[in-house]
Design a protein around this ligand. Sequence first.
Ligand SMILES: [Zn+2]
Length: 708
Amino acid sequence: METAGQPALNVLQSIFGYDAFRHNQQAIVEHVISGGDALVLMPTGGGKSLCYQIPALVRSGTAVVVSPLIALMQDQVMALKQLGVKAAFLNSSLSAAQARDVEQQLEAGQIDLLYVAPERLLGERMLSFLERLPVALFAIDEAHCVSQWGHDFRPEYQQLRILHERFPSVPRIALTATADKRTRIEIIEQLKLQGAEVYLNSFDRHNIFYAIAEARQAKQQLWDFIQNQHANDAGIVYCLSRKKVEATAQWLSEQGRIALPYHAGLPAELRAHTQQRFLREEGIIIVATIAFGMGIDKPDVRFVAHLNLPKNIEAYYQETGRAGRDGLPANAWMAYGLQDVITLRQFMQDSQAPELIKRVEHHKLEAMLGLCELITCRRHALLAYFDEDAPEKCGHCDNCVNPPENFDATEVAQKALSCVYRTEQRFGVTYLIDILLGTDDDRIKANQHDQISTFGIGTELNATQWRGIFRQLIATGYLDIDISRYGALRLTEKCRAILRSEQTLLLRKQQDRKATTKAGKKQASVRPQDEKLWEALRQCRSDISHKNGVPPYVIFHDATLQEMCRYRPKDLAAMQRISGVGEQKLNHYGHVFLEVIQQHPLSELLNNGLSDTINDTLLLHEKGHAVDAIAKQRDLKLNTVYSHLAEGINAGLLDVKDVLDLDSAEIEAITLTIESLGDKSQSLKAIYQALDEVYDYGSIRCVLASLY
Ligand SMILES: [Zn+2]
């Protein structure tokens, strides 16, 4: 029996250049090919578009893809054309003549995938035009836009139900990357997808490392993070205000990075230009308000940093989700502080929204704060928020890697809370801390607050530590901020139990700065011995992308270039086995990339199966660096460097004479001593002593490695 599977797999391999389907792509693709409706929930970077692109190519006729964003449509069509797929779009960016041209191609059956904006599709002219064509399927992308509760609501999306009435026999597939239970139900109802198969994927973005730090000197913390982990990478930094966007972009530029500001207050042309640069050039940092990101489908954004608290977990997930769409390691990093909470509360208070909405927003902010102050796994909490079960520990977030410490904060909390009480809940954090510390201050004296019992009772902590305590008390709901009274703190019902010592309170210990910057180790893109080739391949890709006027990732993703480095294909047949190299790209670019690979052969020394860290040392040795210089550069102990070199000697890649700064007679002497020791030569210490402690352990280790 002929199944839908084989033709689909053929398309996946020959056109897209991938060996196998991921997640539940295969089931979805087969279901749609056989004519069924589907609702697909897949996280960004999960390979969502393949779910309709492959059925579009297997089924006869043209597939119509509804997409809300013009930029996104253009990107998709451009990428498909690179793969040799006949794709086009119809939207307001085309002239009348261009649109007519597309329509003619459609009538001639020359287009497999047509991207169209919803308002265009819904016009009577377009609908009747499509009725005359063989339509392979309808794909409704970003289907959550149908939800009037969501932040991307598009009223036209709700009218898409008409497709069900006008084209009853054409399969429809709705796709989204952000949908909680309520939105899912809304999509099914609004689009009349009853009877559709629902495909739920995990919302886990396993390649993203989550870290949330307390803001101390946020800008410096941000720079440490970028410099240590993303020295050449593209990323997005989110700030709350336009002013902060401008200042941060400027500061990063002064540090030597290309950092461009992006916010709604900038002219439209400048914004478009900035976005283009971000897509087309490598290593650009965008500093933006939340206005940036929708419709950006750049797969190789390596980090998303927040210099302010997002207003809810949905926003945090969506914004951080823009990192690592290609599935390679990426970082979601945030620094937040007390001021963020105050500012966000202020925003909400000032907003014109109805009381009910304000209350919902308030709760959502609480949940976001909860995620920040969490002492357990961030990923677990994040997924739980989206109703998904996950292991207690993910091993890939700051709290898993560096578990924060708790301490019994009952007593300090009592001091803080009673200080709020004794000053009649009329003052903000800074003033309260001054009282706790017993600061000599005119305002305190004028208010006679130097007379109250909490004056000067908090000297066991410094001002920063007290801010941390207040922040946590606010985040966990023991204190409330009265925005109408300039950020005065109020006690909540919840703090009674603490003031009466009926409950102990555990709070998170302040992190020291080292710990926060250490989280999330830098992961190298390629093995050290492949670095030169990696740079050359990227350069080659960049040249081609400039020539063709498309972003580099449209030519090949980073993952594809990484595979080329590791497997170093020698001919076109081997090149075709690299993931992401389909027929069209093989024909167009195969030779060029093969040539680059040929020009960068692995040196004999580095062509080995030793670990990356050993090869890092060998590479520096090959460049002529001495042992102590290598140790310094790599921040390793001398002994470790010697042990790496010993591995190289042992593998027959290095000659001990080239490694050690000793003459042949000395090496001979060490050799003889080792041999004379017989069985005892297993012990480095025994050899060291037998040689009268003249030669260091490292040298002995290397000579030993040359003998066995
Ligand atoms: Zn975790």
